[in-house]
Design a protein around this ligand. Structure first.
Ligand code: ADP
Ligand code: MG
Length: 741
């Protein structure tokens, strides 16, 4: 990219005090260079600047208000005493005082402090306090020598560490890196963006992230880092979208008679939103360049029929169409729905999946490679009853050896469920044809660019009339008996029940509870760099274990379970048992979020509801209420967190997926969209961490604006400032560029 050597590229091994072992420890955290050190952000900060008196602390402890950490300025009262409490464990005790009170300080295995903590010397101590028999105590506080006129840093960073590193070492390495590269940190954001959003320059930002002058300066620096990530994320996606834009086309028209014939076979009137989407698609297909459109709408909003309209247009113009879905179950469902409809229009469909038998597969492949009907319904070389116009299937459609002659349209359902390599193959196959992607994941408008790049978006924001409302309840553990009784009642009425758990099995690490590395100063870190909205205080329920618990509580019911660690075949077998009514209760992780249609299921219970993203809960709710019978969605949560309660109430109060998505975004940032649902992340493995917590929708919107502008003005990122942005991009986006073309 640019060949000038920069001090930022100085290897850590050139730093004072970094030998082989330390270099290896740093490498574990991905730190190779001075630049990496600067980008190793503290995970939290200690505010040691606000010192309090011992009397104030005593008061707080007595009231049960807080046990710290507090910062105090104390003078040592007498020489420390050191004793051996057991083999390999020494205890150092020392008394210290300020003008209001005295305290006993203890340290374990830090005998060397004996020579430091001399009578009459002053220190700043930072730690948690206890009150034992009205005596104030501190255990292992951080201590810093204090002298009038020699300032101590008020806000102290706490770094993530790997074994063999200490806070002190990291802080000193970062200080050296700042000293070495301070002048070289070049700006990559447009200057008008900095001005508009009152953001500090990059140099100033990195300085304040590592050595904050004040809490305000630190806040400014954090905002800037969040904006950086948002800007880069939007930029990478706007650029990948630009690459997708294709200038060639396959113009397709639809006559009034044909349109009328299609309408005539529909069992219902299209909703306004469906009609609008069909018109947008028809305009694309008849336009100057190939269609590149995503159709989003809640589960049940009727996307399939809109896709069917697109397929119909392609076939009427003498082309074949392919509809690809992530699972066999979905493929079967689509095939059943669409072959019935198209049968009435004289259009032939075929189903091609991994389990299609060899002979049938050969028949289909032959049918996809002989001449097609032309617009008038006749083959070029005479009628051929074996020709196939529409093929519906799983990724078997893009497997090697599957050739579709005269393919004019590719429709992809729930594309984010496909793996990265599959998606790449998919877009390769669809490179020269009209492309329609469908998604039931409602995305807030501000994030549509981040999610879909420069793809056009149609939104079905209206459900067909007469849909039943799913009653939503929020309960806690005290309702367990009643919940079980309610499950049994559903069964007695001939219905089925889903139970969703956040984890697969008990051994599973809770990825959120352990987001910090658990080093010794951990619990003192009072200002985290990144907040975590998730209430992790309630233990996780695991699907496998909970299925057993339920089976025991409901011995007369048949309980099965599915989760993502099972082999797909095993999972699909259990799903099929549930679909056929053999199982009464299906316990699962979120693997059932998409695509299963069991109209007989009337109740879904979500355990540990506080752990799920709102959009995810909304998706889950879409699994019930698919039949005629009244359906229920019950969120079980023992969370006491007000944020968690607010979030669950949002699910209860609206059934509009787009509203829920906007709400989720406002409440806790695009984390859910970037994060584990992987909606955005799917565009390449991006490592955004700070942006995920941004709750400032205005900031998100502005980042999107500037990124789009940069991508449009300088798509090759050749200007100096954008070259620097390109370099920054490399840090975040590992697979950028090779997933979509
Ligand atoms: P999704 O958007 O989740 O893919 P589907 O296309 O599967 O939704 O449609 C859900 C159900 O709604 C189907 O049974 C379909 O026949 C029905 N449906 C679709 N559009 C309408 C409409 N305009 N009026 C009534 N029912 C409709
Ligand atoms: Mg669908």
């Amino acid at each position: 990219m640019n060949s000038e050597t920069s001090k930022l590229d100085t290897p850590v091994t050139a730093f004072r005090g970094v030998g082989e072992a330390r270099a290896a420890a740093l490498l574990k955290m991905g730190i190779l260079t001075a630049g990496d050190l600067l980008r190793c952000y503290p995970r939290a900060y200690q505010n040691r600047g606000d010192t309090v008196t011992l009397a104030e602390i005593r008061e707080k402890l007595r009231n049960g208000e807080s046990d710290g950490p507090f910062s105090v300025l104390l003078t040592i009262a007498a020489e420390p005493s050191v004793s051996m409490i057991r083999r390999g464990m020494t205890l150092l005790k020392v008394r210290a005082f300020d003008e209001t009170d005295a305290v006993e300080i203890t340290y374990f295995n830090q005998t060397y402090l004996r020579d430091k903590l001399t009578t009459g010397a002053s220190f700043r101590f930072f730690g948690k306090f206890t009150l034992e028999k009205s005596k104030l105590k501190i255990n292992s506080p951080i201590c810093e020598p204090y002298a009038e006129g020699v300032p101590l840093p008020d806000i102290v960073p706490v770094y993530p560490l790997s074994a063999g590193l200490t806070q002190k070492m990291m802080a000193s390495l970062v200080r050296d890196a700042l000293r070495m590269c301070g002048n070289e940190i070049a700006e990559f954001l447009p200057s008008d963006a900095l001005a508009e959003l009152h953001l500090p320059t990059l140099g100033c930002t990195l300085t304040n992230i590592h050595k904050p002058e004040s809490m305000d300066a630190l806040e400014g620096a954090k905002r800037r880092l969040v904006f950086d990530e948002l800007y880069l994320m939007f930029l990478s996606i706007a650029l990948s979208g630009a690459k997708l834009r294709r200038d060639n086309t396959i113009p397709m028209k639809l006559s009034h008679e044909d349109a009328a014939a299609f309408k005539a076979v529909l069992p219902f009137e299209l909703t306004n939103a469906q009609r609008r989407s069909v018109n947008e698609i028809a305009a694309d297909m008849g336009g100057e360049s190939l269609m590149n459109r995503i159709l989003t709408g809640d589960v049940g909003s009727g996307k399939t029929i809109v896709a069917a309209a697109a397929i119909y247009i392609a076939v009427k113009n003498g082309y074949r169409a392919a509809l690809m879905v992530p699972t066999e179950i979905l493929a079967n469902q689509h095939y059943e729905d669409l072959s019935g409809l198209f049968g009435k229009l004289g259009i032939t469909c075929a189903l091609l999946t991994g389990s299609t038998k060899k002979k049938e597969r050969e028949r289909i492949l032959a049918g996809l490679n002989n001449s097609v009907r032309n617009g008038s319904g006749l083959n070029d070389d005479g009628p051929d009853s074996h020709t196939i116009d529409v093929v519906i299937g799983t990724h078997a459609l893009i497997s090697e050896g599957t050739v579709i002659d005269r393919l004019g349209l590719a429709v992809i359902d729930e594309q984010h469920r496909f793996g990265v390599t599959q998606r790449a193959a998919l877009f390769e196959k669809a490179a020269d044809v009209h492309c329609l992607v469908m998604s039931a994941t409602p995305i807030p408008r501000t994030l549509t660019l981040a999610t879909y790049g420069s793809i056009d978006v149609s939104r079905i924001d209206e459900l067909p009339a007469g849909r039943q409302k799913i009653d939503t309840f929020i309960v806690d553990e005290r309702y367990r008996e009643r919940l079980n009784a309610f499950i049994r009642k559903q069964k007695q009425e001939g219905h089925q029940v889903y139970v969703v758990c956040p984890a697969v099995d008990e051994a599973e690490d809770d990825p959120y509870a352990k987001s910090y590395d658990g080093n010794d100063t951990d619990e003192m870190a009072d200002v985290p760099l990144v907040e975590n909205w998730r209430d992790t205080s309630v233990p996780l329920k695991a699907a496998t274990v909970f299925a057993e618990v339920l089976a025991e509580a409901l011995p007369d019911l048949k309980v099965g379970y599915v989760h993502g660690k099972q082999k797909p075949a095993q999972r699909e077998a259990v799903m099929a048992e549930f679909a056929s009514g053999e199982l009464d209760v299906l316990v699962s992780t979120t693997v059932i979020e998409v695509g299963v249609n069991v109209p007989n299921a009337t109740l879904m219970i979500v355990e540990n509801a506080e752990r799920f993203g709102l959009s995810q809960l909304h998706q889950l709710r879409g699994r019930v209420g698919r039949g005629k019978a009244k359906s229920y969605f019950i969120l079980v949560s023992d969370s006491k967190s007000p944020v968690a309660k607010d979030r669950l109430n949002a699910i209860k109060s609206t059934s509009d997926g787009f509203k829920i998505a906007e709400y989720d975004l406002e409440m806790r940032g695009p984390g859910d969209f970037i994060g584990e649902n992987g909606i955005i992340r799917q565009h390449g493995q991006m490592n955004f961490t700070l942006a995920a917590t941004c709750r400032d929708t205005d900031m998100i919107e502005r980042a999107s604006y500037y990124a789009k502008r940069t991508a449009a003005d300088d798509p090759e990122l050749t200007e100096e400032i954008n070259r620097r942005a390109a370099k920054q991009l490399g840090r975040f986006v590992k697979e950028f560029g090779n997933t979509q073309n």
